[in-house]
Structures are given as structure tokens and as C-alpha cells.
Ligand binder design. Structure first.
Ligand code: SF4
Ligand code: SF4
Length: 334
């Protein structure tokens, strides 16, 4: 139990679960789940001997907003919990280096990955902190799916701590029955039908829009969390009450009237440090999402007024063309 202190320090830092396993064993689990070669840890840290997988719950009293509220933002991105976990892993990695790193530099001793190149779910399965749920997420520590995951790779051999995963949703089917687009089968997700996936896509096909998006979008702004929200295992996950200084905090609702006043050059700054400012989500897709929500609130004149003033908010011709095309082809607004 020479490395038990790592678990205790992680807990003090507010990390909700950690497991540690050798890279060889992690690779075996990668093989078992046929994870693509590009995700293997040796590609990013060739000297890796051990992996620490960590999970952080994002279930707070301030992000329990109903998913039907106007301007709803998926609660997992109500702050940048990935960055929050990264900050905690940075402190933990430094502590471990101080005790076990000897003369090695930080670069030689460890490397942190959060929501990046390591296959997070497989690392959580391998370390036994996670088990598969029918909604295609992992339950962490048997407390349901509201967690983000990250890893630290170490060049030293750490003592292993492997949890005991168990089948957690044998009889329940709630997530499958609740999915508005029937995108879920047990342990299988059809991404083409999933609103969460579609919310970030710049272009929607007619089928995607007519069959999945239009009937179910309502007044949301970003994402879908229904299959996570209905999971009864969330009740086992304590609701946190801390009011910490969260990086990228945006809350669970956007104020559409405020957003419509923002200059196009400032849209990403409006969501700064949050995943919504990531390069792979275009600002015009975000504005399209907002206009679709306004359409469902029957605010057609607001939409028309906005289009009129887009050029004064420094949207370029291509972006204005994209919005106009969406409004006319899908919503019949000219
Ligand atoms: S995120 Fe929404 S659309 Fe996607 S599978 Fe879950 S409930 Fe269905
Ligand atoms: S809602 Fe039920 S079936 Fe779905 S993940 Fe949760 S426990 Fe499993």
C-alpha cells in the first residue's frame, strides 16, 4: 500500500474517483475493445509505465436546470469541467513527481490528458472505475454517468488500484425509452440520430432536420442530455454545492436576447474557455441553433430583424448566406 496516499491526495483535491493500472494491462483492454491504434498511449508518451485514470462529477446544485428551459445548454458543458479536472490533475501530477520523480524532469516523468488523445472510456474500464451503461456512457463508481474523465501517464511503475466494476443497469430501460429520436439501443448509439451530436454539425441533411431535429429541438441552445438526466443512478451521485471558480463557466441557459446583440467577432469570446468556443464548433452553427430556438418560440420578427442587422455585427457574406439558406430552406423564413 505504498502509493495509497495518491488516492487520499486525489480525494482532497476533489477528484471523485481514481484508478491506476500498468500500461501493459491498459493495452490489453484496448485490444479487447478493439481501440484504434492511434489512441495507444505509447504514441504520446513512449516511456509510459503506469496510467492513472481520474473522474470528476459535474453534478452541482447550480446546473440542475430543466432541459426544457429556454436557451438550455447541456449541463456537462455548463462550465469547462475538463479544464477543471486538468487543473486538479496538474496539482496531483506535481505531488507524485515530488515523491517519486527523482531527478527526472516533468516532461520525462508524466503527461496529462483530458478529453484528448487517450481513449478515456477504455482507461476508466481498465482501471475498474467505470462500467458500461445502456445509454452508451460509463457509470463511475456505480454513481451514474455525470462525470468527465482524464488520465496521467507516468514513466514510473505505480502501485495498481483497480476498482470492481459491476453490471449496473440490468433491468432498467429508461434512457432508451426517453431518447426523443430513438437513437439508442442497449449499449449502442446511432450518432446520425443523436441530437447531442447533431447540435455541433454545421450542415444538416433534410432527413436529420425533419425527422430528428425539428420535432425535438424546442427552445434549447446546445446539446441533449435526456438519456443521462433520466438515469436513476444519478441519485447515488451526491449533488455538489461548492461555488468554485469554474473555468469557462456559462451556466445552463444562454440569454438569446443578449446573444443577438453580440458582434460576430466576439461570439467565441462570449463563451471563452468553454467547449462552445472550440474551433470545431462554428459560430454560425451556434447562431443557427439560437435562431431555431427562437423559431420554436414563434419569434419570427426577432429572427428577421436579426438577419437584417447581421452585417452590422460583422458577419461576413458567407456566414450570412449560411444563415439565410438555413432559414429559407428549413424554416421557410425569407
Ligand atoms: S443525447 Fe439525446 S438524442 Fe442523443 S441518445 Fe441521448 S437522449 Fe437520445
Ligand atoms: S437509465 Fe437505466 S438503462 Fe439507462 S443507463 Fe441508466 S440505469 Fe442504465
Amino acid at each position: 500500500m505504498q502509493d495509497r496516499w495518491i488516492m487520499e491526495e486525489a480525494k482532497k483535491l476533489g477528484i471523485d474517483a481514481i484508478g491506476i493500472i500498468s500500461i501493459d494491462k491498459l493495452n490489453q483492454v484496448y485490444q479487447q475493445y478493439q481501440v484504434a491504434d492511434r489512441f495507444y498511449p505509447q504514441h504520446f508518451f513512449p516511456q509510459a509505465h503506469s496510467v492513472l485514470c481520474a473522474a470528476l462529477s459535474y453534478q452541482y446544485d447550480w446546473n440542475q436546470e430543466s432541459a426544457n428551459s429556454i436557451g438550455y445548454i447541456a449541463r456537462y458543458t455548463s462550465a469547462n469541467f475538463y479544464k477543471f479536472l486538468y487543473q486538479k490533475l496538474t496539482i496531483l501530477g506535481r505531488m507524485i513527481k515530488e515523491k517519486k520523480g527523482g531527478d527526472l524532469s516533468k516532461k520525462e516523468f508524466y503527461k496529462i490528458f483530458v478529453n484528448s488523445r487517450i481513449h478515456d472510456k477504455t482507461a476508466a474500464l481498465a482501471t475498474g472505475i467505470g462500467s458500461w451503461l445502456k445509454n452508451n456512457c460509463l457509470s463511475i463508481n456505480h454513481q451514474g454517468p455525470r462525470f468527465v474523465l482524464g488520465e496521467i501517464l507516468f514513466s514510473c511503475q505505480l502501485e495498481e488500484f483497480v476498482g470492481q466494476p459491476e453490471e449496473t443497469c440490468v433491468k432498467c430501460q429508461l434512457c432508451i425509452k426517453s431518447c426523443p429520436t430513438q437513437a439508442l439501443k442497449p449499449y449502442q448509439l446511432d450518432k446520425k440520430k443523436c441530437l447531442q451530436k447533431l447540435t455541433t454539425e454545421r450542415n444538416w441533411t433534410n432527413k436529420e432536420f425533419n425527422d430528428y431535429i425539428k420535432p425535438n429541438w424546442g427552445s434549447r441552445f446546445y446539446g441533449c442530455t435526456t438519456c443521462i438526466d433520466v438515469c436513476p443512478l444519478n441519485k447515488k451521485n451526491p449533488i455538489k454545492t461548492q461555488k468554485e471558480n469554474f473555468p469557462g463557466w456559462i451556466g445552463t441557459k444562454v440569454n438569446f436576447d443578449e446573444l443577438l446583440q453580440v458582434d460576430s467577432t466576439q461570439i467565441k469570446t462570449y463563451f471563452v474557455q468553454n467547449q462552445l468556443s472550440a474551433s470545431w464548433i462554428s459560430k454560425e452553427s451556434l447562431m443557427r441553433n439560437a435562431l431555431l430556438a427562437l423559431y420554436h418560440q414563434n419569434r419570427i420578427s426577432t429572427i428577421k430583424e436579426y438577419v437584417e442587422k447581421m452585417k452590422y455585427l460583422h458577419w461576413n457574406d458567407e456566414e450570412i448566406g449560411y444563415i439565410k439558406e438555413f432559414l429559407s430552406s428549413y424554416l421557410n423564413i425569407n
